[in-house]
Design a protein around this ligand. Structure first.
Ligand code: ATP
Length: 867
């Protein structure tokens, strides 16, 4: 496997750098800090996601948030590309073969690289990946690398008491125990199977016998059940018929008893006939009773007619008296009615007259009250000043009020002037001439002004007092004037009203004078009407007592008298018919008739009953015969049914027992068969137990031997010897290329401590520490390549970061040859150096510069063959 290129995006100082490699020696040159080692770091990060400088975060170019590395490799015609993201948070890493993704996760990509190179990161960095200044570390770490390569630590782990061999041995032991147990179980099961087979064949025989008996019993039981069911069907009919027969017999006997009782209590037919005739005879009493009742009714009607006749006669005599009185009153009653008519005619005028009389009375009252009011108002007005007088006083006061207001206004102006004057005096200037004032003058002027101000204040008080009095007086007078005016108005309206009343009075008196004779006439007629009213009222009360009415009542009296006569004649007729017969006799006869009739009815009822009973007896007898015939034809006896039932019960019990036995036998056999099946199954599973025991015993023995062999370090020693031989072989074949002047080299193992010896041609050896620096570097490179070959044939590159560091000048020039020669061992070399001397060994010179960000200046003596 060789490296074709590596791309660094935001990786350390690289923003976006593509570094292409060729076969042979690739030398990466540049100033310190140019970003050379970053390229190597990027390759290691791409392979194993190893952050060379602390964490992954440190690899991200400052100021950026995302970065990645892409490494392209090839093996023959197959290309591989690794893409790793510079993040530890779910990185989207990718490994592709011929541009086809084969792994898509960080872990998957690392595992894929391990498979491709056949080494892990430790082996790679201990062999072909040489970090800065660490080229000779291989001598010190040789033992470690060998142990790692041969996995010797794993052998120790393998044989330890906690190791996998012991664990496996324990497992085999446990399995063996189980296998032996299974053997024992197999023997037990074989014995049990034999027993079960014997039991099963016996059980099958018993079952056969039991089943055949059960079949037979069921057949018989079936027949008996059918028979029983038929008898049960007949039984219900039998029971119904029997009960019918019984019921009929009972009924017949009851009827016969009753019939004989009835017959016993019946007298002879002659006796019954005699009784019937007696009843017939006695029935005549009903006619007598009717006649008696008629007679009584006639008596009652006669007495009612007599009383009605009496009443009517009294009525007639009264009527005749009233009719005579009515004739007497008739003339005066007519006079009264004429008076009423005349009064009615005068009534309108008389009513008007009385109305006017009342109105006049009212007006007289009104005249009295209105004159009293007018008089009171006049007296009141006389005690008050006149309206004109009050008005002139008010106008005088108003004038005074305006004088006082003007004087006050003048007074205020005056006071303001005085105040002004006082302020001028305080300002030391004469208020009159404006010249400055001396003290004396000033005091005088001030006192004058102040005196004047005081008298003004006093006058102001006086004026204000008078002004308020004047205003109050004006208000008072205005009120008085208003009152006088109101009273005057009232007086006027009272006088007007009085005049109106007097006028109306005169008018009414005139009207009354005209109506007065009519009113007098009306009153005169009224008194006459009062005199005749009682007579007229009596005449009205007698209005129905006329001559026609007297005649009508007389006719009624005559008709009643006729009816009464007729009634009395009928009474006479019936009286002679009922001679000697009274109510008591009729009642006695009636009692006798009732008794005889009751007796006759009872006997006839009995006779009828006897007839009906003998009819019923005959009827029931016929029914009885039919039922008895049906019963005989049933051909059924309860005894037979009982016997069949007993047999069914016995057979059912037998069947139950046999079923139980059969069921239990079948169950037992089934259980045996199931157990046998299980045993056979288990035995089949246990068949291999014997072989297992054998195999496990052998395995246990072998593991024992293996632990002993491994425990005695035999294998470890053997492996180391074998590895040492191989390493010696590879080392000598690689180192040959460096022409170091030694005949051969040997890796020495001194109880796990490895060292390298260089043999001179004279077979003398020297320790590696005694060699020159260049020789040591060449040997270190050879040893690294030899180890790499041992570990893997797949690695076709070697990376060296600053191999010349710590070397002096002569050794550095030796390294040029070493590097050149190394190509014959490993086809691709990537060497990072700031040492321009090494450039001479390069097939492909890659110059890295840093002008704020690292980039590659390619100078290609040889074209890169792969991208
Ligand atoms: N996270 C980062 N972002 C950007 N630049 C970085 C970062 N970390 C380191 N550097 C710069 O990267 C450069 C180091 O790169 P590198 O070690 O590859 O240089 P070099 O050429 O190998 O130097 P030398 O020869 O001294 O070893 C330095 O200039 C350093 O300042």
């Amino acid at each position: 496997m060789k490296i074709a290129s590596v791309k660094l995006v935001n990786f350390l100082s690289h923003e976006d750098t593509l570094v292409r490699f060729s076969e042979g020696v690739n030398v990466i040159v540049g100033q310190n800090g140019a970003g050379k080692s970053s390229v190597v770091d990027a390759i290691l990060f791409a392979l194993f996601r190893t952050p060379s400088r602390g964490g992954i975060g440190e690899l991200l170019r400052r100021g950026t948030r995302r970065g990645l590395v892409e490494l392209s490799m090839f093996e023959g015609d197959v290309t591989y590309k690794v893409r790793r993201e510079l993040t530890s948070n779910n990185p989207q890493d990718l490994l592709m073969r011929n541009n086809e993704p084969i792994h898509r996760s960080a872990r998957g990509v690392t595992a894929g690289i391990r498979d491709l190179l056949k080494v892990d990161e430790n082996v790679l960095t201990s062999t072909v990946f040489v970090r800065q200044g660490r080229i000779e570390d291989v001598f010190d770490s040789l033992g470690e690398v060998m142990t790692f390569l041969l996995r010797l630590d794993r052998i120790e782990k393998l044989v330890s008491t906690n190791g996998p061999i012991r664990a496996l041995q324990q497992k085999v032991e446990a399995d063996l125990k189980i296998a032996e147990e299974r053997m024992k179980r197999r023997e037990e099961l074989t014995r049990r199977r034999k027993d079960l087979e014997v039991q099963l064949s016996k059980g099958e025989e018993e079952l056969m016998v039991s089943e055949s008996e059960l079949r037979e019993v069921r057949r018989t039981l079936d027949d008996y059940r059918k028979k029983r069911d038929t008898l049960l069907g007949l039984q219900s009919k039998y029971v119904t018929l029997s009960s019918d027969v019984e019921r009929l017999l009972k009924k017949i006997s009851e009827l016969e008893v009753e019939l004989s009782e009835v017959k016993t209590s019946l007298p002879s037919d002659e006796k019954i006939e005699a009784l019937r005739r007696k009843v017939e005879e006695l029935s005549k009493v009903n006619e007598l009773k009717l006649k008696l009742q008629n007679f009584k009714n006639l008596e009652d009607a006669g007495s009612t007619l007599s009383s009605q006749l009496r009443t009517l006669k009294t009525q007639l005599s009264n009527l005749e008296v009233r009719a005579a009185r009515r004739v007497q009153l008739e003339a005066k009653a007519r006079q009264y009615e004429e008076l009423r008519e005349a009064l009615n005619k005068l009534n309108g005028e008389y009513m008007e007259y009385t109305r006017l009389e009342a109105a006049l009375k009212q007006l007289e009252e009104k005249e009295k009250t209105t004159s009293a009011v007018a008089e009171r108002l006049s007296t009141e007005l006389e005690s008050m000043p006149g309206e004109r007088e009050i008005s002139s006083e008010i106008s005088n006061l108003r004038e005074r009020e305006s004088e006082l207001s003007s004087e006050l206004k003048y007074l205020y102006t005056k006071r303001n002037e005085l105040k002004e004057r006082l302020s001028k005096i305080r300002g030391e200037v004469c208020p009159v001439c404006g010249r400055p004032l001396d003290e004396e003058h000033k005091r005088r002027l001030k006192s004058e002004a102040e005196d004047e101000l005081l008298s003004l204040d006093a006058r102001e008080v006086e004026l204000n007092d008078e002004l308020s009095w004047t205003r109050a007086r004006v208000k008072e007078l205005e009120k008085q004037r208003e009152k006088v005016s109101v009273l005057l108005n009232q007086l006027q309206s009272s006088k007007a009203e009085l005049e109106l009343v007097l006028k109306r009075k005169r008018e009414i008196s005139d009207q009354m004078e005209k109506l007065e004779p009519l009113a007098k006439k009306f009153e005169e007629l009224s008194s006459k009407e009062k005199e005749l009213r009682a007579i007229h009222d009596e005449f009205l009360r007698l209005s129905d007592s006329t001559e026609e009415e007297v005649q009508r009542v007389k006719r009624q009296v005559e008709a009643l008298e006729m009816k009464l006569r007729d009634n009395l004649a009928k009474q006479e007729g019936l009286k002679s018919e009922l001679q000697g017969i009274d109510e008591r006799y009729v009642e006695m006869m009636e009692r006798e008739l009732r008794n005889a009739q009751t007796q006759l009815d009872r006997l006839q009822e009995l006779k009828q009953r006897a007839y009906l009973l003998s009819q019923s007896v005959e009827d029931y007898r016929r029914q009885l015969e039919v039922k008895e015939e049906e019963l005989r034809s049933l051909n059924y006896t309860p005894l037979e049914l009982e016997k069949v039932k007993e047999e069914v019960a016995r057979l059912e019990e037998r069947e139950r027992k046999l079923t139980e036995v059969t069921f239990s036998l079948r169950g037992q056999n089934e259980e045996r068969r199931r157990e046998l099946g299980q045993i056979s199954e288990e035995l089949r599973n246990l068949e291999v137990a014997a072989e297992d025991v054998k195999r496990l015993r052998v395995a246990y023995e072998r593991l024992n031997r293996l632990r002993t062999v491994l425990g005695q370090s035999k294998l470890k020693g053997y492996l180391i010897t074998r590895a040492k031989d191989i390493l010696d072989y590879h080392l000598n074949s690689v180192v040959k290329e460096f022409n170091l002047g030694f005949s051969n080299f040997e890796v020495v193992n001194d109880d796990g401590k490895f060292s390298v010896r260089a043999y001179r041609p004279d077979r003398q050896w020297v320790d590696v520490r005694a060699l020159s620096g260049g020789e040591r570097v060449a040997l270190a490179i050879s040893l690294r390549l030899a180890l790499a070959r041992m570990a893997s044939q797949e690695i076709g590159f070697m990376v060296m970061d600053e191999p010349t560091i710590h070397l002096d000048e002569s050794r550095r020039s030796e390294l040029v040859d070493i590097v050149r020669n190394a190509v014959s061992i490993v086809p691709q070399l990537i060497v990072v150096t700031h040492d321009r001397e090494l450039e001479t060994a390069g097939d492909n010179i890659i110059e890295v510069v840093n002008d704020g960000r690292s980039k590659v200046l390619e100078r290609r003596p040889q074209e890169a063959r792969f991208e």
